[in-house]
Ligand binder design. Structure first.
Ligand SMILES: *Cc1c(COP(=O)(O)O)cnc(C)c1O
Length: 237
């Protein structure tokens, strides 16, 4: 035996799907307006295989080497979409551009530029989200560093990238209701940016194990759920 709890994985996946659907209904949305990204970082490829067999298609990874190893191990599964959700250094952009269905974590003009360059070299257009630090939005008015508006403009100017929306990692809080205002803040920022930039930003990537229900109620189109599906992550080392 490989120590993979097949029944448990499939059961938890089904539970999360039901909770997403219920939250969507409460908010007057359709269940399939929300995509579940199962965050498989630190978990074995065999566990991803079990979930894929249960119909899960979107998987999230945070560490470049681990993600690439898992992709090559699972190349035979049709229709899997890999999401890069972790912090990414520009010098690793070449491993990511063109190799992931969506990069959630574009957080600097430098990284955007590096991804554009590498995607273009592969004749690819990389779908990306701009990762927003809502705390920083207030302090950084007027500067053109990594504030959301400036970053979105930078991405829109790069033909190797296609801007799909925004991603948020709010400050941790045990109480999911305390996180809700951050989710609402991201949705409102999306509305402002759509108006200011004159471009649709359809995707909102927000909500994790502890607060995905609140995120869906506030408009998430992508929720990134790891622990609730896979169990606790082993320490990295
Ligand atoms: C690890 C991770 C998640 C999943 O977190 P859980 O609390 O295990 O659901 C979501 N988003 C990002 C960016 C992550 O790094």
């Amino acid at each position: 035996m490989d120590g993979i709890d097949r029944r448990g994985l499939a059961a938890r996946l089904a539970e999360v799907r039901e909770e997403i659907a219920a939250a969507a209904r409460r908010a007057g949305r359709q269940a399939d307006d929300v995509r579940l990204v199962a965050v498989s970082k630190t978990h074995p490829a065999a566990a991803v295989r079990v979930l894929a067999a249960a119909g899960q298609r979107d998987f999230g990874e945070s560490y470049v080497q681990e993600a690439i190893d898992k992709q090559s191990e699972l190349f035979d599964i049709p229709g899997v979409r890999w999401h890069f959700i972790g912090g990414l250094q520009s010098n690793k952009a070449r491993f990511v551009a063109g190799a992931f269905s969506l990069v959630h974590s574009v957080d600097s003009p430098k990284l955007a530029q590096a991804l554009h360059k590498r995607a273009s070299a592969r004749d690819a257009v990389q779908d990306v989200l701009v990762q927003v630090n809502l705390g920083g939005e207030i302090q950084k008015r007027g500067t053109c560093g990594d504030d959301a508006r400036c970053l979105c403009e930078a991405v829109l100017a790069l033909p190797g990238l296609r801007l799909r929306g925004l991603m948020l990692m709010p400050p941790w809080d045990e109480d999911p209701e305390a996180v809700r205002p951050w989710f609402r803040g991201l949705r409102e920022l999306r509305g402002r940016l759509e108006a200011e930039l004159g471009t649709p930003l359809p995707e909102l990537s927000m909500g994790m194990t502890n607060d995905f229900v609140q995120a869906v109620e506030e408009g998430a189109t992508l929720v990134r759920v790891g622990t609730r599906i896979f169990g606790r992550r082993p320490a990295r080392g």
